[in-house]
Write a protein that binds this ligand. Structure first.
Ligand code: MN
Ligand code: MN
Length: 295
């Protein structure tokens, strides 16, 4: 990999690790989701750009929720909180997630299952390993906890300004014999649950994507600010003013200029934990680009 590109990935990964660690420390009973989201996004923005809004997904919500500007939600004791955040430097993306439980450890095994599954995957990733071998390792590890992986959520390859590039890295074994190649960048993200092991769509999660074909002054401004990557409704405040966010989003949805992501919830209401890192595939192993400093 080109040295400059590598440097950008490293920088994006390092600031993301720092931001997630700081965010995790803030997750306490009574703290508002929006405070944590703004903290994490603020740290990333100092040294890099955001590649998507911080997802704060709690308990049976697996992914795709970010707080709105005046979101009233606060963390409660026993909540299982996934923080999933993304950065980029010149389009080279870091994507990483962690899970914490608020003030208790009743679901520690679910969190550990996701973390251990990620660890297991990292151990085997190198040029030549197949996609199915990774999925199998993740599934086995999570099953060993008496839990299920979420089978319709997947890791993915990353390319410049492309969060979900061509490859999908499943959390279960499949028949994909495609081998990883040296220099590829992938995000691996096991989700473990005590539910049925798949997620279904719920209501709007305040995360949007501008469509490529969207035209007009507002669309152009959004494209410039959000780099063609997913954005939070609240990020529109700087463009249209905070009182006009909802109106502008509704307008753009009607015009089919933006796409709204749905919150993803576990089909059985099971508790979900997630762990994720972005990895650079090397000849004999991999480098964790989003590693967090030990605290
Ligand atoms: Mn992620
Ligand atoms: Mn990801």
């Amino acid at each position: 990999m080109d040295e400059e590109i590598y440097g950008n990935y490293r920088k994006a990964g390092r600031v993301l690790g720092k931001a997630l660690s700081a965010g995790a420390k803030m997750v306490r009973e009574g703290v508002r989701y929006i405070e944590v989201a703004e903290k994490i996004e603020g740290i990333i923005s100092k040294e890099a750009r955001l590649s998507f809004p911080v997802n704060i997904s709690v308990n049976e919500v697996a992914a795709h929720y970010t707080p709105s500007l005046n979101d009233h939600l606060k963390f409660k004791r026993g909540d299982v909180v996934k923080l999933d955040a993304g950065s980029h430097v010149d389009g080279y993306i870091g994507d990483s997630a962690l899970t914490v439980e608020v003030g208790s450890n009743e679901n520690e095994h679910i969190i550990r299952a996701a973390e251990e599954a990620l660890h297991e995957a990292i151990e085997i990733v190198r040029a030549g390993v197949t996609i199915s071998e990774i999925g199998e390792a993740i599934e086995k590890k999570i099953n060993s906890y008496g839990l299920k992986p979420v089978k319709n959520l997947q890791g993915h390859s990353l390319e410049r300004y492309n969060l979900h590039a061509g490859l999908s890295i499943p959390n279960v074994s499949n028949s994909n014999g495609r081998k990883l190649r040296e220099g590829e960048v992938i995000a691996i993200e096991p989700f473990a649950t005590d539910g049925r092991g798949y997620v279904v769509d719920a209501e709007n999660g305040n995360i949007y994507h501008l469509k490529e074909r969207a035209r007009g002054r507002l669309a152009d401004e959004m494209r410039k600010r959000f780099d063609g990557l997913p954005f939070a409704g609240r990020w529109m405040a700087d463009i249209v003013g905070k009182d006009r966010i909802n109106m502008s989003l509704a307008f753009m949805l009607r015009r089919r200029a933006i796409y709204a992501y749905k919150k993803l919830v576990e089909a059985d209401g099971g508790i979900v934990a997630q762990a994720e890192h972005t990895l650079l595939v090397r000849k004999d192993g991999c480098e964790v680009l989003t590693a967090r400093e030990k605290t």
